[in-house]
Design a protein around this ligand. Structure first.
Ligand code: MG
Ligand code: MG
Ligand code: ZN
Length: 354
């Protein structure tokens, strides 16, 4: 070949591979939501952990705007619905648009594309964030109705608290019986969850909310994640999994720095396991973000070597700050820049589609 032909061949190859890159779609998506996890929560955790966090391994970062349809300050229902369903709704509403019309979530979309699906949270599975992926209710307080929506959802694996809303109900129904009829194994402790080898799993491991990390929750999120990945990756067409670090928000509502850091580091431990899986798999997109910031947290000082951080909260409520977005894997570059919270969901949908 002449030099000219060599250059031409290389150019054509380059165009082909760029094209292949542009069309690369992940087989699996793992969507991780740190409730209330603003930039200061992340940086406080990083400082306390001696200048190290697993989420630093994400090569692409961006910001998400979190306001809801009716409030500059979102709650977790509207925030969860935006991240799950790609629509801004009114505070308090789950999986519905502001006109109370049910909207499908990215989990529904993944299931419609023949992917297995799962939800894990360190709160009750009926709480706002996980509920936004499976339920459609006007009011986030409707725990029993949200529990019943799990039976209407295509979800294959769900792990968290909330057993009471399935078993001790006003309508006297025991929804765990219905779950078993639908082919679910109902596990009520983490040993059962960890021992699951295949099939559909309802892991309802606390009556209401699981404990905090300091209160003895243990590795619910990490072990739940490992089980979910094991079960869901048995599908031929990949999977969608949502994992929520639920209690970062609760710690910040209490303006409790050590609670916040413990929950942040627990969530980051799970991020480490997820990124290990994604790196090995090579075909998994990981998107990590928050529904909103909580507490108006500021960092006044810190010492990486000593793992000491001095923080100050400015409110007991959520704030309107943009929250960070971290992404890893095929399609991750799309998440850099500044996006509406709804766009994150819609970009994942686009990447999940055939
Ligand atoms: Mg929240
Ligand atoms: Mg939440
Ligand atoms: Zn909150």
């Amino acid at each position: 070949m002449t030099t000219y032909k060599k250059i031409a061949a290389a150019a054509i190859l380059c165009i082909f591979s760029l094209n292949a890159m542009a069309q690369q779609k992940p087989k699996n998506v793992i969507y991780m939501i740190g409730d209330g996890m603003g930039l200061a929560q992340v940086y406080a955790g990083m400082t306390a952990n001696h200048d190290s966090l697993n989420l630093l391994r994400c090569p692409f970062t961006g910001f998400s705007r979190t306001y809801s349809a009716n409030d500059y300050i979102t709650d977790s229902a509207a925030g969860g619905t935006a991240l799950a369903c790609g629509v801004k709704t009114k505070n308090g509403m789950i999986g519905m648009n502001p006109d109370s019309v049910a909207v499908p979530s990215v989990l529904d979309y993944a299931a419609a594309n023949d992917k297995k699906t799962g939800v894990i949270a360190s709160c009750s599975v009926t709480h706002a964030t996980p509920a936004s992926f499976v339920a459609h209710q006007n009011n986030r307080e409707m725990n029993e109705e949200i529990a019943a929506d799990y039976l209407k959802s295509p979800v294959d694996v769900f792990i968290g608290g909330g057993l009471t809303y399935f078993t001790k109900r006003k309508d006297k129904k025991d929804l765990t019986k219905d779950l078993k009829k639908k082919g679910f194994t109902v596990a009520t402790d983490m040993d059962e969850v960890k021992n699951m080898k295949s099939g559909k799993l309802a892991g309802l491991v606390a009556k209401d909310h699981p404990e905090s990390i300091k209160g003895g929750r243990g590795d619910l999120l990490l072990d739940g994640t490992n089980t979910a990945i094991r079960l869901l990756s048995q599908g031929e067409n990949g999977f969608f999994l949502m994992i929520e670090g639920s209690q970062i928000d609760w710690a910040c509502h209490k303006n409790n720095e050590s609670y916040m850091i413990a929950e942040m580091l627990d969530f980051d431990k799970v991020i480490g396991a997820v990124l290990d899986f994604a790196a090995k798999d090579g075909n998994t997109l990981v998107v990590i973000t928050a529904d909103h910031e909580t507490g108006g947290l500021t960092i006044l000082n810190g010492d990486f070597q000593k793992g000491k951080v001095s923080t100050q909260f400015n409110t007991l409520q959520h704030t309107g700050l943009m929250v960070p977005v971290y992404a890893f894997g095929p399609g991750a570059e799309k998440f850099s820049g500044i996006h509406q919270n709804t766009e994150i969901s819609n970009m994942i949908k686009n990447l999940l589609g055939k």
